[in-house]
Write a protein that binds this ligand. Sequence first.
Ligand code: ZN
Length: 66
Amino acid sequence: MESKNCYVCEKQNLSKNEVGLNKKFIGRNVTRFYCLPCLAEYLDTTVEDLLAKVEDFKLQGCALFD
Ligand SMILES: [Zn+2]
């Protein structure tokens, strides 16, 4: 899988969960990826809330997360 960098802070090699959150919240055809803190800022939420969402999605069996 090609590595993704954060569009805002240019953090390298975003994790699978970070990429998965971008796809869930921005859309599957997302071209600009955000790291966790930048995505939280963009969505006007918190990193803790996003991590809780990851757990929810995993419980639902979503393959975008590990
Ligand atoms: Zn970032």
